[in-house]
Design a protein around this ligand. Structure first.
Ligand SMILES: NC(=O)c1ccc[n+]([C@@H]2O[C@H](COP(=O)([O-])OP(=O)(O)OC[C@H]3O[C@@H](n4cnc5c(N)ncnc54)[C@H](OP(=O)(O)O)[C@@H]3O)[C@@H](O)[C@H]2O)c1
Length: 70
C-alpha cells in the first residue's frame, strides 16, 4: 500500500512525510505530491517517488534510486 502526501513540498506535508518515515513506513511507499517537485529533490534522493501534481494540471511522477545522480 502506498501513501500519497499532498503538499509534501510544503511545511505541513514535509512534517507528515518525516513522521511517516520515523514510524517506519518504507520510503518507496510514500509518494510526495507537490507543484514544484524541485523542492522534493532531497526526498527523491532518499527513495521517495515524487509527483508534480496540482489541482489544475495532470500528474507526472519521477523516481530516483537512493544515491543516484541522474
Ligand atoms: N502551517 C500551519 O501551521 C497551518 C495551520 C493551519 C492550517 N494550515 C493550512 O494547511 C495548508 C498547508 O499549510 P503549509 O504551511 O504546509 O503551507 P505551504 O508550506 O505553503 O505548503 C503548501 C503546499 O500546498 C501545495 N499547493 C499549493 N497550491 C496547490 C495546488 N493548486 N495544487 C496542488 N498543490 C498545491 C504547495 O505546493 P508547491 O510548494 O510545490 O507549490 C505546497 O506543497 C494550508 O492550506 C494552510 O492554510 C497550515
Amino acid at each position: 500500500m502506498s501513501i500519497a502526501v499532498t503538499g509534501a513540498t510544503g511545511h505541513l506535508g514535509r512534517l507528515i512525510v518525516e513522521s511517516l518515515l520515523r514510524r517506519g513506513v518504507p520510503p518507496d511507499q510514500i509518494v510526495a505530491l507537490g507543484r514544484n517537485v524541485a523542492k522534493a529533490d532531497d526526498l527523491r534522493d532518499r527513495g521517495l517517488p515524487s509527483c508534480r501534481s496540482s489541482t489544475t494540471t495532470s500528474t507526472r511522477c519521477a523516481w530516483r534510486s537512493p544515491g543516484s545522480t541522474s
